[in-house]
Design a protein around this ligand. Structure first.
Ligand SMILES: NC(=O)c1ccc[n+]([C@@H]2O[C@H](COP(=O)([O-])OP(=O)(O)OC[C@H]3O[C@@H](n4cnc5c(N)ncnc54)[C@H](OP(=O)(O)O)[C@@H]3O)[C@@H](O)[C@H]2O)c1
Length: 293
């Protein structure tokens, strides 16, 4: 399937290397290019298909996958369109951007697609396994562009779901909350423990495991049914004590605790927590923030 029918992957960073690895394992990778010699050397140890670096090479494939930072995608697509024989289908992996972002720099007959794997990819070859069955947010500037995006998802064993241009920024903001937000929450949790007589790194690992288990429960049961803790129990006294514990660890940590607590009161409400407990929680959470405002 390689050669003119395979994919040429441009950019072998955190997302590009796992995607190229999955394509390579599926026999669907014709070649790859990345900007730096060091990244290319690392990729050569993983991929069977040829890996180039330096100036963008001429290539014969009709399917090109761009895995460079979002703000560089258009410039790289323009260089690809300049170097390749038409027609080509160029797919980018940005979640926030539409496929049609590329249309102005492509030529008549070319097509643009977007295929965003909803995964936190770190560049590890193990990530290639995670792509199997993964949700891919796909979009196209044309039927051919959408076909290419869906094909990319299928070639790495993923599951394509249409996320059209007008929905992509909201989709990606949601993804950032669910993924990047977890890192912010864990950073805040570590900050609150700092200085207290608690053993690291066992505690950090346990807190990350706790976050993973909570996400697991939310996936299986839904957020409203899965949520645990003092807010959904209506333990306003514990929440008041937490507010004292998080104070002094920075304004962002306290603001994060208050924001997540306020959202969890809505979850508790949806779960049917009694009005008296909801009012007590509002009073505790409102008291500190009102005196600050
Ligand atoms: N990481 C994720 O979890 C994830 C998940 C889904 C989608 N994505 C999407 O994948 C794309 C790449 O993200 P990433 O996380 O893989 O970024 P990354 O780890 O920073 O890798 C980006 C790659 O692009 C190359 N590059 C950087 N600037 C370039 C330029 N000006 N011209 C040509 N190549 C350039 C770099 O090549 P060298 O290393 O050779 O210099 C690098 O390998 C983004 O659109 C992102 O939204 C990422």
């Amino acid at each position: 399937m390689t050669g003119a029918n395979g994919w040429f992957v441009v950019g072998l960073g955190r997302a590009g290397l796992p995607l190229a690895t999955a394509l390579d394992r599926a026999g669907a990778l014709a070649g790859a290019w990345t900007r730096s010699a060091g990244t290319a050397d690392g990729a050569r140890g993983v991929l069977r298909a040829p890996v180039q670096h330096g100036p963008l090479p001429a290539f014969a494939t009709r399917l090109v996958l761009i895995c460079v930072p979002d703000d560089r995608v258009v410039r790289v697509a323009a260089a690809i369109a300049h170097a390749a024989a038409p027609p080509i289908a160029v797919v980018h992996t940005s979640g926030a951007r539409a496929a049609s972002l590329l249309t102005p720099v492509l030529r008549p007959g070319d097509a643009a697609g977007a295929a965003h794997p909803l995964l936190p990819l770190t560049g590890s070859p193990d990530d290639a396994e995670q792509l199997r069955g993964a949700f891919f947010a796909v979009d196209g500037d044309s039927p051919a562009g959408l076909d290419a995006a869906e094909r990319l998802a299928a070639d790495v064993g993923g599951s394509p779901h249409r996320v059209p241009a007008e929905a992509r920024t909201a989709y990606h903001a949601a993804a950032a909350l669910a993924s990047n937000g977890v890192y912010a929450l864990l950073a805040a949790a570590s900050a609150v423990c700092e200085g207290a007589a608690m053993r690291e790194p066992a505690l950090s690992a346990a807190l990350a495991g706790l976050a993973a288990r909570s996400a697991h429960n939310a996936r299986d049961l839904g957020v409203v049914a899965a949520a645990t803790g003092p807010i959904v129990r209506g333990d306003a006294g514990t929440v008041a004590a937490h507010l004292e514990a998080v104070a002094g660890h920075g304004a962002n940590v306290e603001a994060l605790y208050r924001a997540t607590a306020a959202l969890l009161v809505e979850v508790a409400n949806a779960r049917g927590l009694d009005d008296r407990s909801v009012m007590a929680l509002h009073a505790v959470l409102g008291a500190g923030s009102a005196s600050r405002g």
